[in-house]
Structure formats: C-alpha cells, structure tokens
Design a protein around this ligand. Structure first.
Ligand SMILES: C[S@@+](CC[C@H](N)C(=O)[O-])C[C@H]1O[C@@H](n2cnc3c(N)ncnc32)[C@H](O)[C@@H]1O
Length: 320
C-alpha cells in the first residue's frame, strides 16, 4: 500500500528541499540524485517545486502500486527532472558483488526485479536520499512489509550508507537505534553536514504487536527512545570524507572529513537530541497520549546546519 503520512512525508520533503537549496553541496548534487522509495512521490515533487532545482532525481520504488501512483504524480507535475522507476533501489545502486538485501524468496515474492544497474544517470549520481523503512521487528511485519527496517530498524539506512555515495540524506528515527546508526555512519567515513528533527506521534504501524514489542526491547537495551508524545524523526545529511577534493564548494568542505579521528560535533548534538526523545520502555505506557490533533499542532522542528571543516564559521539555524 502506498505510504504517505502528512507529518512524516511532508517533513521528508522539507529536508529534501533543504538539501536541494544547499549552496555548499550543490556541486555534489549536480550529477544527479538517486532516491530510495519515493512512495507517492509527493514529498520530492513538492521539494522540487519549492526549490526550483533542476537536479535530476531518479526514484526506485519497490511497491508496484506506489510506483504507479508516483509515476502519475511526476507526469502531472511536469517537472522533467524527476523519474520514478519500479524496482529495488539496491539492485540499481549496489556495487558489483555487494550482498543482496533480504531473503531471495522474499525478494521474488515482492516482485523485486534484479536490475543489473541503474541507467547512466544513476551510475553517475553521487547523492542518495530516502525516508527508508525503519520499523524494527524480528520478522517482517504483516501488512507493513515494505516499512520493515530489520531487527533494529536501521538495516536499510545502513545499507544506503554502504553505497559509497558522497552525499546521503536519510530520515532516521529515535526508535531505530539512532545512536548505533550515527556511529555507523561516522565509522563509514561520513560526517554530518545538516540535520533537522521533529516529533512524530506513533501511528498504526508502530502499534502492530511485532513492532511495538521490538521497540520496547530496543528501548530497554538503550537503542530506542520515545515518550508519551511519540518519537523523534531526524532528516540527516551526511557527506563522505573520501569525496574527491577537486570538486567545488562543498568539496573543500568535505576535504577534512577523511580524517577518521576528527570529532563530529553535529553527530554528538544529534545523538543527544535523539536520545532525549523519551525514556519510556513500552508503547503501552504511551497509549492514547500524544495522538491528538492538539499534540500535532504543537510540534516544532529543530534543525542545525553544520559547516563541514575548513569553512570560515559555524552556524546553527532552525525554528525550534
Ligand atoms: C517510509 S516509506 C517512504 C515513502 C515516501 N518517501 C514518503 O516519505 O512519503 C518507504 C518506501 O520505501 C519503499 N522501499 C522499501 N525498500 C525499498 C527498496 N529496497 N527499493 C525501493 N523502494 C523501497 C517502500 O515501498 C516505501 O514506499
């Protein structure tokens, strides 16, 4: 079933817009962007409209219904630089010899096409974006299989980070081992260039027994953070240290990110924020709280734009 959540999807669209309007990162986006799971395509269509960006974006959507809806939406929008293809993002972006995601039988059942590679546009792209599946569960949750993020909810995000793109924008959730994921990105040579955070009330997918049980287990082991109002969702843009130093603007900024031991202050701040989402250990504690329209109206977005090293000054910006 196509995924569109008015809060979450709209927030994702705003994070994409922030990326598309970043002057520092523009040189790294010029060769195109590849997207994991456009869903209805509305978030990126809106981001492209608002930003006026002409950067080519290719979205890979696993779910056939979503891909159909998304293709119609991109055609209607007449943007000309956003294409949605039905298929597995990883089949298009995996380096030859990389491990396939999930069980081959599941992949066949899901109708996943093993595209040998994406088109030339995808091969050139140095930036990946997505609001990846992040529901943690030990087994693929019935009725929400396309939203399954593995045992800790961060599996798909980690796999995107393994694609060796120079820039990666991903939505990460405080219920899906956010600390482990931020550390993982750092160990993979990424440094945070920008982030935004907003609260999200729990929805019907998180309340599925397999998912809520797993969220509770992760919370008790210090890998999920939430409270009565729900959890926090962050849109995080990482830049890889190994980006070629010859490129312009942001590249100078990425030069020093190759130093593996250099502290990443933005990562420290983000970890603090995400772990402050709450200390509940069971979704039952939060039942019925924070899901009202009033709670939705009160939400704020916090964000920070971090200069990557070798830029003249740091700045923080945001509305919350
Ligand atoms: C959380 S939804 C996000 C949808 C949309 N981006 C949004 O924010 O409204 C995740 C989407 O990723 C898709 N998806 C999951 N794994 C995928 C994969 N390996 N390749 C392509 N799409 C995938 C799902 O079908 C789903 O539409």
């Amino acid at each position: 079933m196509p995924f569109f959540d008015p809060l979450e999807s709209t927030f994702y669209g705003h994070c994409v817009e922030r990326l598309l309007t970043s002057k520092d990162l523009a040189p790294l986006l010029a060769d195109g962007i590849v997207e994991l799971g456009p869903g209805t395509a509305r978030p990126v269509v809106e981001a492209l409209r608002r930003s006026g960006s002409r950067v080519p974006i290719t979205g890979y959507e696993l779910d056939a219904d979503s891909a159909r809806i998304a293709s119609r939406a991109t055609a209607r929008a007449k943007l000309g630089n956003y294409t949605v293809i039905q298929g597995d993002f990883f089949a298009a972006t995996d380096k030859p010899g990389a491990r396939q995601h999930g069980d081959p039988a599941d992949r066949r059942k899901a109708g996943v096409v093993n595209l040998p590679v994406g088109g030339a546009a995808v091969r050139r792209a140095r930036c990946a974006i997505g609001n990846p599946p992040y529901l943690p569960a030990i087994a693929r949750p019935v009725g929400a299989s396309q939203l399954w993020g593995g045992h800790d909810g961060a599996h798909v995000a980690r796999r995107v980070l393994a694609q060796e793109m120079d820039v990666v924008l991903l939505m990460i959730a405080s219920i899906s081992d956010p600390v482990g994921l931020v550390r993982h990105a750092r160990a993979a040579g990424y440094r945070i260039a920008d982030w935004s955070v907003r609260p999200i009330p729990f929805g019907r997918y998180s309340h599925q027994p397999w998912v809520s049980r797993r969220i509770g287990e992760l919370a008790r082991s210090g890998r999920a953070f939430f409270g009565p109002e729900g959890y926090l969702l962050a849109g995080v843009t990482w830049v890889r240290g190994g980006a070629p130093t010859g490129a312009t603007g942001a590249t100078g900024a990425t030069g020093a990110t190759g130093e593996p031991d250099a502290p990443d202050d933005a990562a420290t701040v983000l970890r603090r924020i995400l772990t402050a989402a709450g200390s509940a250990t069971s979704l039952d504690e939060t039942a019925g709280v924070g899901r009202t329209a009033g709670a939705r109206r009160r939400v704020r977005i916090a964000s920070g734009l971090h200069e990557v090293p070798h830029r003249p000054a740091s700045r923080l910006s945001g509305s919350g």
